[in-house]
Design a protein around this ligand. Sequence first.
Ligand SMILES: [Zn+2]
Length: 68
Amino acid sequence: MNPSMSGVLTVLVASACLAVVSAGFVLTERRLRREARADATRDDCLRCGYCRAGLPSDAACPECGEPP
Ligand SMILES: [Zn+2]
């Protein structure tokens, strides 16, 4: 293998690695954002942010009275 071929291969491999890492990072970030949003809608009062964890899903917020 001549030196220029080796250089091209190195660039190709480096690009592929970068693409894989970037894709993994984007997917992880999206998953984290989706989980954060799901937590917010599931656990926190929309008005005052009170954590509704452990409350029945049809119970009004004990802090401000906001209905679910
Ligand atoms: Zn509230």
